[in-house]
Design a protein around this ligand. Structure first.
Ligand code: GAP
Length: 455
């Protein structure tokens, strides 16, 4: 990455308050509260023009590194609604619950697994020290929906509580319709829905969110080896896209934290103002999913090894992360308010990896009242647009235009000035170092592609 070549960037910067990111996201069109004109809906958000670009880049980079660069991995895209039996077989109808206790005094509600042990033992509210209800109440997180229009004939089902279920449902179809053999994996990026009782912290805990999953099917004897492979691969993947490498760690789940389907689990965690929090889970799902779906559907979901003819139920390594949590963590990781050496307003800058930045380049004519400069700048901009997201801007002085781009993480700004008209060169200014170089227009595209395209 060119941006880390000279000075250390944000290694010592303080943890960023979530409110700064919420405000930037609204102001610059990354994220809006859903149904805002009606007062909003807790835990549901819409993505604006820059948010969509950033999300698409994050998704594409994941897909490229998980599917495109692995011969033994293919992708699917499943529906958000499935047969209701899926959620009985998966264990979610029975086990996908939060246990909550209310405070008798201040009426606040707490998740039992989030309460400090001392408060739980003494039934003491962490908010007002009042008395907590003795018996927790149990809430299922699945979101119900109904298929059909005729009252009485409608079938109750669920929006998917975890996106990965489609992969188990389609596993046999993929085996039969592709040339995959075990060990192999299926990837998917898709929405999941949970009636979270305590949504909050912006995109961190939502009710509608997006997950990326790999389900990797292996012979039980090879489980350990593949579990280790994917654990390391996913950890390195996250490390490659953040600036603060020391804020990333891998943590093993204690046995009492394990989800109902997991025999072992590790979380990739990232440290923000919220503390160390899960970013992605790597789960040893064993044969839980295929065995349960085989049992509930009556279908044989086993695999016959073409060489040995051994018939067995494959075991599964799962890597399951959140697109929205990635989006939020990357902004928290990248955001900096850099003091101005001349004592003016600090420079707000997003040190996003150039691969992921929503806008790759901005093109400016030095002055907006010089027709030749504008014509040249517009022509360079429209050429670049065919290959990457480029913005044209002629409003305000150059310093202000740089600031606008820094705030949204644009890694390069190109200025067309009077020298351009003489020698066909332009100034390229880099976001993090604020360094500038002059290069010929006919080298500009390659210069930028080299730096903004992943490889
Ligand atoms: N299939 C396994 C599974 O769903 P999970 O740990 O519940 O595991 C995987 O979810 C990832 O999905 C999490 O690591 C997190 O990044 C994201 N995620 C889970 N619940 C979320 C929520 N309410 N809002 C935003 N992201 C969420």
């Amino acid at each position: 990455m060119t941006q880390t070549e000279n000075k250390p960037l944000v290694s010592d910067t303080p943890l960023v308050p979530i409110e700064k990111i919420v405000s930037l996201c609204k102001r610059r069109g990354f994220v809006y509260p859903n149904s805002e004109i009606y007062g909003g809906v807790a835990g549901i958000y819409d993505f604006g023009p820059l948010g969509v670009e950033l999300r698409n880049n994050i998704r594409r980079f994941w897909w490229w590194s998980m599917v495109q660069t692995h011969d033994n991995v293919v992708g699917i895209e499943g529906a958000n609604i499935t047969h209701p039996r899926v959620w009985e077989a998966s264990g979610h109808v029975e086990n996908f619950v939060d246990r909550l206790v209310d405070c008798k005094q201040c009426k606040q509600r707490f998740r039992v697994d989030h309460l400090p042990a001392e408060n739980l033992e003494q039934h003491k509210c962490p908010n007002c020290s009042g008395e907590l209800m003795a018996e927790p109440r149990v809430f299922n997180l699945l979101m119900e929906t109904y298929l059909g229009v005729v009252e009485g004939d409608r079938m109750k089902t669920y929006l998917r509580g975890e996106a990965c279920q489609n992969i188990y449902l389609d596993y046999d179809n993929v085996l039969k319709s592709s040339r995959m053999q075990i060990p192999f994996g299926i990837c998917q990026i898709g929405k999941a829905y949970r009636n979270e009782v305590t949504p909050g912290n912006f995109l961190f805990r939502q009710r509608e969110f997006e997950q990326w999953d790999l389900q990797f099917f292996v012979h039980p004897n090879n489980m350990e080896q593949w579990f280790e492979y994917w654990k390391q691969y996913r950890f390195d993947w996250y490390k490659s896209i953040i600036k603060h490498k020391d804020r990333l760690r891998m943590r093993a789940h204690d046995t009492d934290e394990l989800a109902h389907y997991a025999k072992q689990a590790f979380d990739v965690e990232y440290r923000t103002i919220l503390g160390w929090q899960e970013w992605e889970g790597i789960h040893w799902r064993q044969d839980w999913d295929l065995s349960r779906h085989a049992q509930f559907s009556g279908q044989d979901l086993g695999y016959t090894d073409p060489l040995t003819k051994e018939h067995y139920t494959p075991w599964i390594v799962e890597t399951s992360g959140g697109v929205d949590r990635t989006f939020l963590n990357l902004l928290l990781d990248a955001y900096e308010e850099e003091p101005d050496p001349a004592g003016k307003e600090p420079r707000t800058v997003l040190h996003l990896h150039p691969w992921l930045a929503p806008v790759k380049v901005a093109v400016f004519p030095l002055q907006k009242n010089k027709e030749e400069l504008i014509t040249s700048a517009k022509s360079i901009h429209s050429n670049l647009q065919r290959f990457m997201v480029s913005q044209y801007d002629e409003i305000g002085n150059i310093g202000r235009r740089y600031r606008r781009q820094d705030e949204i993480g644009t890694p390069y700004c190109v200025t067309i000035d009077f020298q351009t008209l003489d020698d066909q060169t332009v100034t390229v200014r880099e976001r993090d170092q604020m360094s500038q170089i002059r290069i010929p227009i006919n080298e500009l595209l390659m210069y930028l592609l080299e730096r903004v395209t992943w490889k």
